[in-house]
Design a protein around this ligand. Sequence first.
Ligand code: FES
Length: 102
Amino acid sequence: MPGFVALARLSELPPGGAMEVEHQGRIVALFRLDDGVFAIDGICAHQGGPLAEGLCQGGVVTCPWHGWQFDVRTGQSTTHKRIRQETFEVRIDGDEILVAIP
Ligand code: FES
């Protein structure tokens, strides 16, 4: 059972925004959409691009390095069907963004 860790403040992540956070060497990309905050592995499955720096439209982020795309709610790549980024459960507690890191 993973523990929830406070990784960022909601006030630091504006609606529509993204940010990269690190926890014990693990890079996580946070995305704030209309229906909540979503967390996926922040290192692109292709060659390690920083997904939090990619353009996110309609819940799909485009890796800034070579354009692979991922649904930030599910981690599923929309350009490479066999690829799925790991996702992490998110809870909001006041201003804190808590992420379940295994
Ligand atoms: S590193 Fe992300 S598409 Fe290549």
